[in-house]
Design a protein around this ligand. Structure first.
Ligand code: KIV
Length: 280
């Protein structure tokens, strides 16, 4: 694959009008495939909680979970720029703890940047983290860690007040120094307006085609996560179906004595086995 995608390439893409591609990964083999496929950036999202760990939402994901999975992804990413999600409550207690946790994702996990959900209310934490030399990606609109405030997975920013709030938050985050902002599940014309107003790239997930880049959850696009289908996502393959097929065929072949065949087995000299039979 080509050389490493860097933070400078995010800026360059924005100024040159080039699209940025981002996908999530949580493990070494998937990250290796995405990296070799040439995705610009890999997000180790806290969607980990739902699509890998089987929780109902993302709020149960811990710092230890994130570090463990970021490490695996970073071992594979030779080209893609790896961003690690700051989990629920890791940046809400105080600036000291926010910087320490962001630093752990980078120094222990190995990612190049962290992502944080929220606007005005987290700006001071964002500034402190950036001052420590850690790049931050913002995340506005539907922010999954606030699911209990939203009352479910719902598009945001449809009223004039809420839309204005998201615009203001985006401007504040830019001012605080974030290098890009994920816009999740907001009307595409609002996302287009925000993208036009900002100098930094916007990355859409359910925010339409006019953002600088796009991000999707890999288990959704590969059919690996079969719990929920989202309007904003697209299934490009049915890897989940292929795993199910493989498992069913394996079960059938074992039960019917087809697997393992001779070619799957190891051999021993006939004389040795005859001698062993005599003494056992
Ligand atoms: O956790 C995640 O995968 C995310 C994306 C939905 C942007 O935050």
């Amino acid at each position: 694959m080509s050389e490493k995608f860097t933070i400078a390439d995010f800026k360059k893409a924005r100024s040159e009008g080039r699209k940025i591609t981002m996908l999530t990964a949580y493990d070494y083999p998937t990250a290796k495939i995405l990296d070799e496929a040439g995705v610009d950036s890999i997000l180790v999202g806290d969607s980990l909680g739902m699509v890998v760990l089987g929780y109902e939402d993302t709020v149960k994901v811990t710092m230890e979970d994130m570090i463990h999975h970021i490490k695996a992804v970073c071992r594979a990413a030779k080209h893609s720029y790896v961003v690690g999600d700051m989990p629920f409550l890791s940046y809400h207690i105080g600036k000291y703890e926010s910087v320490r946790n962001a630093g752990r994702l980078m120094s222990e996990g190995g990612c190049s940047a962290v992502k944080m959900e929220g606007g005005k209310s987290i700006v001071e934490d964002v500034k402190a983290i950036i001052s420590a030399g850690i790049p931050v990606m913002g995340h506005l609109g539907y922010t999954p860690q606030s699911i209990n405030l939203f009352g479910g997975h719902k598009a945001q920013g449809k009223s004039i007040e809420k839309a204005q709030e998201i615009i203001n938050d985006a401007l504040e985050l830019q001012e605080a120094g974030v290098f890009a902002i994920v816009l999740e599940c907001i009307p595409y014309k609002l996302a287009a307006l925000i993208t036009e107003k900002l100098d930094i790239p916007t990355i859409s997930i359910g925010a339409g085609p006019h953002c600088t880049g796009q991000v999707l959850v890999t288990p959704d696009i590969t059919g690996m996560f079969r719990g929920i289908e989202r309007k904003h996502s697209k299934k490009y393959a049915d890897v989940g179906g292929m795993i199910e097929y493989s498992a069913k065929e394996y079960i059938r072949e074992v039960n019917e004595g087809i697997f393992p065949a001779e070619k799957n087995s190891f051999i021993i000299d006939e004389e040795i086995i005859e001698q062993l039979k005599k003494t056992n």
